[in-house]
Design a protein around this ligand. Structure first.
Ligand SMILES: Cc1cc2nc3c(=O)[nH]c(=O)nc-3n(C[C@H](O)[C@H](O)[C@H](O)COP(=O)(O)OP(=O)(O)OC[C@H]3O[C@@H](n4cnc5c(N)ncnc54)[C@H](O)[C@@H]3O)c2cc1C
Ligand code: SF4
Length: 499
């Protein structure tokens, strides 16, 4: 360990931009074994590991780095897997520069952080390859108690796994036809290839978790179910529905053909990747091919849109953001990737209107230059128009990527007693993630607002523990618990904890 003094920081090499812009595969392959061991050995094994403190899962990072450096990869995997249900996914898409790697002590001392995410990805990819990822093994039989989980995103899937391992009868409902939430239909393949998500879902299915896909809770379509029906079916409910209401731009011309919402665009692209029939893509309504594309926004969703447009063969791709580069919410790493792939950034610029041709199809974005004023309530400097600095951009596809708010769950679920915050997120009690309705819990973006996959996993983990405690106390009152003593007596501390 401590080899950072003579070994330089290295990330897996990126494919060259011209090649990667032609497909939806990830832009970097995994480390090779020797490189992973070398990079792991740069860890300084700090007494107080700030990487771990700043990882939302509090992963045992220095410990699995040491095991990886020593070639003890199976042990490294088991340790990494003990705190995370999806280490290889976090290794790929966490904004490490703001979390573990950004707080690595050797980064602070100017040596360049340990490349934690890439090593994490390598360890669990190796575990899948070597067959070390084991099937789910329930430590008790609590199948007389069933749990209904609304939403098959990372929060719902994590809770489903950890509740199934504790022995419950677990049912996951999702309005989409595939599980994974934004891992499947939001985040593009060049950040997270879809088979990585699919194999996780298949493991959960094989482990006895029941998936009810294409079922919207509170929806009015055939096969949809009401929230009340779900409550009658299951002893406990988890709401893990994410946030999906796009923030509107509401400008003159926002209704023109060719002005589309980011998630509609990304879902269509991801569906095409799965080989689905997507009429709106084939008609050109949600395709960037040959178009001058302008994406409005500066977050990760905007970055995913611009890079998707490049891969679809857009004539030009511009990202318009009202603050400057230093103040944008998206990851700096993603901006660099987008620039390498040919995306043009218009910093300090905001649209004022969209103009259309005689057939009502957008052809131009009218915009104004902005400048940064005084800090707003969040401490960030608020943008304001710089008078006399108007300009126009040609555009025949405009993608609005301004973030997401929660849907109105009280109405959709016909549950006026479900307490929500003033932002519309579900009000969940801090530690237990329980809502105002007994036996109903909530986790993930629907509690935090639009956030990160790693936080959804963390809340899925916490809520599973909270639901287990609640279900155990219910069972104790009704005499329904039936632990399988043989399974619990294996002596593994994790299993004792789960029981
Ligand atoms: C384009 C995009 C890119 C992103 N990139 C990153 C990234 O690189 N790194 C990162 O860490 N985070 C990223 N995020 C954020 C991350 O994806 C989310 O924070 C995370 O997925 C939230 O997990 P969740 O389980 O709470 O919700 P979701 O993943 O949104 O899953 C919720 C699920 O609930 C289902 N659902 C909703 N309502 C109902 C209903 N009434 N009935 C049945 N099912 C329902 C939905 O269909 C969905 O499958 C990105 C987000 C977007 C939009
Ligand atoms: S889960 Fe995310 S923050 Fe935690 S160690 Fe992995 S990459 Fe870093």
């Amino acid at each position: 360990m401590l080899s950072f003094t003579h070994k330089s920081q290295a990330y897996p090499a990126k494919r060259n931009p011209a090649d990667r812009a032609g497909d939806f595969q990830e832009i970097s392959p995994s480390f090779l074994l020797a490189k992973a061991e070398e990079q792991a050995s740069r860890c300084s094994q700090c007494g107080v590991p700030f990487c771990q403190v700043h990882c939302p899962l509090q992963n045992h990072i220095p410990d699995w780095l040491k095991l990886a450096a020593e070639g003890r990869l199976r042990e490294a995997y088991e340790l990494s897997n003990s705190t995370s249900t999806m280490p290889e996914i976090c290794g790929r898409i966490c904004p490490q520069d703001r979390l573990c790697e950004g707080n690595c002590v050797i980064e602070q001392s100017g040596h360049g952080s340990v490349t934690i995410g890439s090593v994490e990805k390598f360890i669990t990819d190796t575990a899948w390859k070597e067959g070390w990822v084991e099937p789910l093994t329930p430590v008790a039989d609590r199948s007389t108690q069933s749990v209904g989980i609304i939403g098959a995103g990372p929060a719902g899937l994590t809770a489903a796994e950890l509740l199934r391992v504790r022995g419950y009868d677990v049912h996951v409902y999702d309005r989409h036809d595939r599980a994974g939430g934004l891992l499947t239909y939001g985040i593009p393949g060049f950040k997270l290839e879809k088979p990585i998500v699919t194999r996780r879902v298949e493991r959960l299915q094989a482990g006895g978790i029941h998936f009810h896909l294409g079922v919207e809770i509170g929806g009015s379509g055939e096969g949809d179910l009401s929230f009340d029906t779900l409550r009658q079916r299951h002893q406990a409910i988890l709401i893990a529905t994410g946030v999906y209401k796009p923030r509107p731009l509401g400008l003159d011309g926002s209704g023109h053909r060719g002005v589309v919402k980011a998630l509609d665009y990304l879902i269509a692209s991801n569906r095409k990747g799965f080989g689905d029939a997507v009429p709106a893509f084939d008609s050109g309504a949600l395709s960037a091919e040959g178009r001058n594309v302008v994406v409005i926004g500066g977050g990760d969703t905007a970055m995913d849109c611009v890079r998707t447009a490049v891969r679809q063969g857009a004539a030009s791709v511009t990202c318009m953001y009202r603050r400057d580069r230093a103040n944008m919410p998206g990851s700096a790493r993603e901006v660099a990737n987008a620039e390498e792939e040919g995306v043009v950034f218009e910093w300090l610029a905001g649209p004022t209107a969209f103009t259309a041709d005689s057939e009502g199809h957008v052809r131009q974005v009218q915009a104004a230059r902005m400048r940064l004023g005084l800090p707003d309530a969040s401490g960030r400097r608020a943008p304001e128009p710089d008078p006399g600095q108007e300009f126009t951009l040609p555009a025949d596809l405009v993608i609005e990527a301004l973030g997401f708010d929660p849907e109105d769950l009280q109405s959709a679920f016909q549950a006026p007693d479900l307490a929500v915050t003033r932002w519309g997120t579900v009000r969940a009690e801090n530690q237990r993630l329980s809502t105002s309705i007994p036996g109903v819990f909530a986790a993930g973006d629907i509690v935090r607002g639009a956030s990160l996959v790693v936080w959804a996993i963390r809340e899925g983990r916490d809520v599973a523990a909270a639901m287990h405690a609640w279900l155990k106390s219910e069972a104790a009152q009704q005499g329904a618990a039936a632990p399988l003593s043989g399974a619990v007596e294996t002596g593994r501390s994790a299993e004792r904890e789960l029981a």
